[in-house]
Design a protein around this ligand. Sequence first.
Ligand code: NAG
Ligand code: NAG
Ligand code: NAG
Ligand code: NAG
Ligand code: NAG
Ligand code: NAG
Ligand code: NAG
Ligand code: NAG
Length: 575
Amino acid sequence: MANMERKISSFICSFLLWAIFMLDLVLKVCGNPEVDALSALKNNLSDPNNVFQSWNSTHVTPCSWFHVTCNNEYSVTRVDLGNRNLSGHLVPQLGQLANLEYLSLYGNNITGKIPNELGNLANLVSLDLYLNNLTGPIPNKLANLKKLRFLRLYNNSLSGNIPMGLTTIDSLQVLDLANNNLTGDVPLNGSFSPFTPASFLNNPLLSYNSIPQSHSGNGNRTIEAIAIAVAVALLLATLVIVLWKRWKPQDIFFGDAAEQDLAVNLGQLKRFSLHELQVATDNFNDKNILGRGGFGKVYKGCLTNGDLIAVKRLREECMQGGEMQFQTEVEITSMAVHRNLLRLRGFCMTPTERVLVYPFMVNGSVASCLRDRLESQPPLEWPKRKRIALGAAKGLAYLHDHCDPKIIHRDVKAANILLDEDFEAVVGDFGLAKLLDYKDTHVTTALCGTIGHIAPEYISSGKFSAKTDTFGYGVMLLELITGQRALDLARLANDDGIMLLDWVKRLVKDKKLKASVDEDLQGNYDEKEVEEAIQVALLCTQSSPLERPQMCEVVSMLEGEGLEEKWDQWWKKEI
Ligand SMILES: *[C@@H]1O[C@H](CO)[C@@H](O)[C@H](O)[C@H]1NC(C)=O
Ligand SMILES: *[C@@H]1O[C@H](CO)[C@@H](O)[C@H](O)[C@H]1NC(C)=O
Ligand SMILES: *[C@@H]1O[C@H](CO)[C@@H](O)[C@H](O)[C@H]1NC(C)=O
Ligand SMILES: *[C@@H]1O[C@H](CO)[C@@H](O)[C@H](O)[C@H]1NC(C)=O
Ligand SMILES: *[C@@H]1O[C@H](CO)[C@@H](O)[C@H](O)[C@H]1NC(C)=O
Ligand SMILES: *[C@@H]1O[C@H](CO)[C@@H](O)[C@H](O)[C@H]1NC(C)=O
Ligand SMILES: *[C@@H]1O[C@H](CO)[C@@H](O)[C@H](O)[C@H]1NC(C)=O
Ligand SMILES: *[C@@H]1O[C@H](CO)[C@@H](O)[C@H](O)[C@H]1NC(C)=O
C-alpha cells in the first residue's frame, strides 16, 4: 500500500517538475503577454522620475515590479501610476491585461488617444485617466466593460460623442467626464445615478437633449478576431498556471489545501480563512491596530495579492447569535452597495472568531482628518468638507431608503465616516448593530457602541429609528464645521450651563457664526455655505425625532432644495 502511494507521489512529482519546466520554457520562448504589454507602455512613456526602474522586460512575470499588483495566478490586477509625471502615449497592448481591475494613470501628461483595446479589459473595475492631455473620442468599446464601477476621464481634451452604451453598464457608480471638449447629447437619465449633470460639466459643445440613441459599437472585425485569439491564448495560459498552482508540491506535501478550500467565494463576498487573516495582519499584531471601537479592534492588513484591508475582529462579548444568523446578516449587509458606503469584502467565522474584512481607506476617517492629522497633512479644506457632508448623507439615505430590509446605522459619528483616496465620504460600520442584535440595549451602548453621538430617545428608552441616524449625522456635521469633538462640544456647552447644541443655537441667534467655524480653515470658506450647513445640522439634531428631517431630505437641503422653508419654521418656533 505504502509503496503504491510512494510511486504515485513520485510520479506526480516528476510530472510537476516536467510541467513547471515546460511552463517556464513556454514563457521564455513565447514571452509573457503581460510583461510585453507593460513593457510597451513603459517604452512609450517618458519617465523623468524613473518610476519604471524595476520594470525589467526579461522577467518571466511582472509581479515583482513596483506599481504593479498580481493575483495568485501571477496575472496583473492593478497598475497604479497616478501623479508620476509621465508623458507620452497609451498603448493598445494594455488590452491584453485580461485580469486587470484597476488602471490608474491620472495626473500625468499623457497625450494621444484612449486605445479602443481598453474595451477588452473585461474585469476592469476602475479606469482613472483624469488630468492628462488625452485627445480623440471615448471609445465605444468601453461600454463592454460590464464590471466597471469608476470611469474618471475629467480634465483632458477628449472630443466626439459620449458613447450611449455607457448607460448599459449597471455596475457604474462614478462617471466623470467634466472639463473636456465632448460633443453631442448627454445621456442624462434621472433613474441612472452616475449620470448627474456634474459628470459632464464644462464641455461647452454638449447638448442636454437627452435623445435616446441607438447603441453603437461595430468595432473593427480583425481587432476583434485578434482579441479573441489573445483571450483564448490567455485562457489556456491561465489554465496551465492554475493547474500548476493547484498541484504545486507544497500543497500536496503540507496539506495546506484544506485550509484554502475554506476560502469559498459567496458571490462577491469572500469567506476568508483565519490563517489568511493572521498572515495579513501579522497575527493580529498590536502594531497594526488602526482603531479600537466598541465592537472590537480594527487592524490594518495586507493580503498576499498586495491589497490593503481593514480587519475588524469582534470582541467575544459582541459575538452572540448562531453562525447561520451571522452569515445571513453579513450577506444582507454586503448587498448595500453605493459609492458612499464601505463595501464589505468578506468575513471569517470560526467557533471562536468573528471577523469582518473591508477595503482599507487611505485617508482615515472624518475624525482622524479633523483631529489626529499629521503635521505634513494639510487641513481639510471647506469644499472637501462640503462634499463629505453630502456624500455621508447620500450613503445614509441609501441605507434607509434603498436597502431591503432597511438598514439603520445606529452609530453615526465622525469616526465611522471614512475617506477614500479622493476624500469621498464612505460610511462604515453599518449593519453591525443588527448583526450583533442585542436584547439589552444598555449593554449595546455601554459595551458595543459609543456614547456622545447618540440621540436622546435612544439613550433614554433604547428606541431607535432612521431619525436616530439623522441625529448622529447632525452631530457629525457640526464636527465637520467646528472641528470640535462631539464630547468637547458637550463640554463647551456645559461650561456655560446649557445643553449641547444650545451653544451653537445661541451663536446662530447672536449671529456669531464665525466664532464656531474651525480655526484650521483659516477663514477660507464660503460664509453662506457654512451658514446653511449649520442650519441643516441644527434641524437634524432637534430633540424630537419627529421634527428631524429624513436623510433623503437632508440630501436635498444640502443640494439647495427646501432648506429655507424648514429653517424658517424652525426659527419661528425657537423665537
Ligand atoms: C510606442 O513606441 C513604439 C516604438 O518605441 C512606436 O513604434 C509606437 O508607435 C508607439 N506607440 C504609440 C501608441 O505611440
Ligand atoms: C533584468 O534582469 C536580468 C536577469 O533577470 C538582468 O541580467 C538584467 O541586468 C536586468 N536588467 C536591468 C536593466 O536591471
Ligand atoms: C513633474 O515635472 C514638473 C515639470 O517637469 C516638475 O516641476 C515637478 O516637480 C515634477 N513633479 C514631480 C513629483 O516629480
Ligand atoms: C508635457 O509634455 C510635453 C511634451 O509632450 C512637455 O512639453 C511639457 O512640458 C510637459 N508638461 C509637464 C507639466 O510636464
Ligand atoms: C496639457 O494640458 C495642460 C493644461 O490643460 C497644458 O498647460 C499643457 O500645455 C498641455 N500639454 C500638451 C503637451 O499639450
Ligand atoms: C480641471 O480643469 C478645470 C477647467 O479647465 C480647471 O479649472 C481645474 O483647475 C482643473 N483641475 C485640476 C485639478 O487641475
Ligand atoms: C473643441 O472641438 C471643436 C470641434 O469639435 C474644435 O473646433 C475646438 O477647437 C475644440 N476646442 C478645444 C479647446 O480643443
Ligand atoms: C432612462 O432610463 C429608463 C430606464 O433605463 C428608460 O426607460 C428611459 O427611456 C431613459 N430615458 C432617457 C431620457 O434616456
